[in-house]
Design a protein around this ligand. Structure first.
Ligand code: HEM
Ligand code: HEM
Length: 226
C-alpha cells in the first residue's frame, strides 16, 4: 500500500529517500570494495558471494526503479538527453533548480552506474581465474569465450573505478561549490526543506513491497547459482 505524505510548505526537513534505497546504496559501496579486495587477494569464494550479493541488489534496484517509492523510480529521474543538457546549461548559468530526488544529470549517472554494475556481475558469472575457480555459468560457454569474458570483467571494473571517481567528484562539487550536501540525505533520508520543491508530493512504497522485490531478486540469483 502506498502512503502519500503531504508536504508542509515550509518544513525544516523533508523525507526524500526511503530506507531500501539508502540501504541499497551503502551496501553496494561495501560490496564493490569487497569484490575488488577478494579478487585481488584471490579469495574467490568470498568474491563469488559478494558478486552474487551485488547482482541481487542491482536486480532489486531495477525492480525498485519500477515499483518503489516515487524518488526511487526511473520515471522520476531518467530524462531525455535534451533535458539533461538543459539542466547542465541552466546550472552553469547559476540557475537554482530543486529536485526531491536525483537531478537530471545525477539520474543519468545512476542509470549508467547500475548498468555497469549489472554488466560486471553478468560477465563475472562466465569468468574463470585460470586456476580452479570459475563463475557459475562459465561451463555454458567455451573456454575461449570464458577467457574473453574474464578480460571484459577486468575492463568493466576499470570503467567502474572511473565512474565511481566521477560520482564522488560530482557529489563533492555539489557540496563544495554549490553548498548542497547530497550525502547526508543518502544517510538520513532527509533533505533540507529549502532544497526540495515547494508542494512536492513524495510517495513512499510500503517496506513489505521492498522485501518482496528483494526476495524475487535473490531467487533469480539463487536460480543462476544453483
Ligand atoms: C562503489 C562506490 C559507489 C557506487 C557504486 C555508488 C553508486 C550509486 C548509485 C547507484 C546511486 C543511486 C542511488 C539510488 O537511487 O538507488 C548513488 C547515489 C548517491 N551516491 Fe553513490 N556510489 C558509490 C560511492 C559513493 C560514495 C563514496 C559517496 C559519498 C561520498 C556516494 C554518495 C552518493 C550520493 C550523495 C548519492 C545521491 C545523489 C543524489 O542526491 O542524486 N556514493 N550512488
Ligand atoms: C557475479 C559474480 C562474480 C563472479 C562469479 C566473478 C568471477 C570472477 C573471476 C572468476 C575472476 C578471476 C579473473 C582472473 O583471475 O583473471 C574475477 C576477477 C575480478 N572480479 Fe569478479 N566476479 C563476480 C562479480 C564481480 C563484481 C561485482 C566485481 C566488482 C564490482 C568484480 C570485480 C573483479 C575484479 C576487480 C577482478 C580482478 C580482475 C583482474 O585481475 O583484472 N567481480 N571475478
Amino acid at each position: 500500500m502506498e502512503v502519500p505524505l503531504p508536504v508542509d510548505p515550509k518544513p525544516s526537513t523533508v523525507a526524500v529517500w526511503d530506507m531500501p534505497t539508502r540501504l541499497f546504496h551503502w551496501s553496494i559501496v561495501a560490496l564493490v570494495f569487497t569484490s575488488w579486495l577478494s579478487a585481488d587477494q584471490g579469495y574467490m569464494r568470498v568474491h563469488l558471494w559478494s558478486g552474487m550479493s551485488l547482482l541481487t541488489l542491482v536486480l532489486f534496484r531495477i525492480g525498485w526503479g519500477l515499483a518503489g517509492s516515487s524518488t526511487a523510480r526511473f520515471r522520476d529521474f531518467l530524462h531525455r538527453p535534451r533535458a539533461i543538457a538543459g539542466y547542465l546549461k541552466d546550472m552553469a548559468g547559476g540557475k537554482k533548480m530543486l529536485y526531491a530526488g536525483h537531478n537530471p544529470a545525477g539520474g543519468l549517472m545512476v542509470a549508467v552506474l547500475l548498468a555497469v554494475l549489472l554488466a560486471q556481475a553478468a560477465s563475472g558469472l562466465f569468468s574463470n581465474d585460470g586456476l580452479k575457480f570459475s563463475g557459475p555459468l562459465a561451463l555454458l560457454v567455451s573456454a575461449d569465450m570464458s577467457d574473453r569474458l574474464t578480460r571484459l570483467h577486468g575492463i568493466i571494473f576499470d570503467i567502474i573505478l572511473i565512474l565511481v571517481w566521477l560520482h564522488v567528484v560530482a557529489v563533492g562539487f555539489y557540496l563544495l561549490v554549490k553548498g548542497d550536501n547530497l550525502v547526508r540525505p543518502m544517510i538520513t533520508g532527509k533533505k533540507k526543506g529549502a532544497s526540495v520543491p515547494e508542494g512536492a508530493i513524495i510517495v513512499f512504497a510500503h517496506p513489505a513491497r521492498a522485501l518482496g522485490v528483494l526476495t524475487l531478486s535473490a531467487a533469480i540469483a539463487a536460480w543462476i547459482l544453483f
